[in-house]
Design a protein around this ligand. Structure first.
Ligand SMILES: *Cc1c(COP(=O)(O)O)cnc(C)c1O
Length: 374
């Protein structure tokens, strides 16, 4: 399945293994003893294509999805054939959009009484808005942040005929690093406040990927709310050992456009920062920083015929140049992320080289890169 035909006219593409996503979803649920998953498919499923990922997860029985924005949610409502699945909106939403939310059965995360007051005023008497109560135990982005506030919000929702509670959640700031004390403090607050307010356990969803991987024994909830692990990468510091073996999901590939030989003293790309010391075969690949192959990736390795080769000279907007040990035919496949023979370049390797995290790399891959699913 090809999302657009760029790949025919410019041979650079992303390959996505949907079976690996399904495998990872099942594995993390088993690992965390979860019976239900809210699959986080915001930011176009971390760059993997939210529609394809949602369909693949729907096919293995997942019925709860989370996105950040209303427009992300509307795409799922329009493009996914089934309509018996829930969509949670994680971010702060513009309350004037509640009609759109009700009409499309989108469930906003809510954290203040003012928001709920206003929401109710936008609804007709017969409309019911499902909401998830956000509890801020230490993330500092949104949510009720005391037992009194949680209780007040819960009671308000219970009393209103236009509001219905569908979930209550918090988000952990340090589940994927070694600051366990902070994590434990968040868990303690959540249990105190939410138990104190009397909200039944069946509504709770707390665990993000880091929590599901490394801390599932410290919380006793049935539902996990995860993104990163579905896409097969370590959400935390590479130093933290993965407790389970996730499957790789994404590969980034291209084909050699031009192949030519530089003579000693000849240079490559803007700034002429790379100069051949002796006769040197190089190939030009049709990918650049406009696609998300960041400018700072100069010097990164790629894989050609199962061997490492190096990006030389500056990354340009649409093209990069790699050094070769010999001449290769135009059209030879090059792996920029993924496996080739015994060698592999993981998304974690790529992100570490770029000085960032996999999430940022994945969500920066542009629309110019077709996603091919298998
Ligand atoms: C993005 C997000 C998640 C998913 O986090 P991962 O670490 O990728 O599992 C879960 N909950 C909220 C509120 C989020 O914003």
């Amino acid at each position: 399945m090809i999302e657009n035909d760029n790949v025919v006219t410019r041979p650079t593409w992303i390959e996505i293994d949907l079976k690996a996503i399904q495998y990872n979803a099942r594995l993390i649920m088993k690992h965390a003893d979860a019976t239900r998953m809210i699959a986080v498919v915001k930011a176009d499923a971390y760059g993997h294509g939210a529609v394809a990922v949602t369909k693949a997860l729907y096919d293995i029985g997942i019925r709860d999805f989370a996105v950040a924005t209303i427009s992300e949610a509307l795409i799922l409502r329009q493009e996914v054939d089934h309509d018996d699945f829930n969509i949670l909106l994680l971010g702060v939403q513009d309350v004037s959009q509640v009609k759109l939310m009700v009409e499309n059965r989108l469930m906003p995360a809510v954290g203040t009484l003012e928001w709920l007051y206003q929401a109710v005023s936008f609804l007709t008497d017969s409309q019911i808005l499902d909401v998830h109560l956000a509890v801020d135990t230490g993330m500092g982005r949104m949510g009720a942040n005391s037992q009194a506030d949680v209780t007040e919000l819960y009671h308000f929702i219970q009393k209103s005929s236009q509001l219905r509670l569908n979930g209550v959640f918090t988000h952990f700031a340090t589940a994927d690093d070694d600051n366990e004390a902070y994590y434990k403090q968040q868990v303690t607050k959540l249990y105190q406040w939410v138990n104190g307010a009397g909200i039944p356990k069946k509504y709770w969803h707390l665990a993000n990927s880091g929590s599901a991987l490394w801390h599932h024994n410290e919380i006793d909830t049935d539902t996990i709310r995860v993104g990163s692990v579905l896409y097969g990468f370590n959400p935390g510091s590479p130093a933290l050992d993965m407790s389970i073996k996730l499957k790789n999901v994404l590969s980034l590939k291209s084909r050699m456009g031009a192949v030519h030989q530089l003579q000693a003293g000849e240079s490559v790309s803007y700034g002429a920062t790379y100069t051949a010391e002796h006769a040197q075969w190089v190939a030009t690949l049709p990918i650049g920083y406009a696609d998300g192959y960041l400018r700072r990736m100069g010097g990164m390795k790629v894989l050609v015929s199962g061997e490492e080769a190096q990006v030389v000279g500056r990354i340009t907007m649409d093209q990069i140049v790699i050094a070769l040990d010999k001449q290769y035919p135009v059209g030879t496949e090059v792996t920029l992320i993924g496996r080739d023979g015994d060698e592999k370049i993981t998304i974690e390797d790529f992100a570490t080289y770029a000085g960032t995290i996999p999430h940022e790399i994945l969500t920066s891959f542009g629309v110019r890169l077709p996603r091919i699913y298998h």
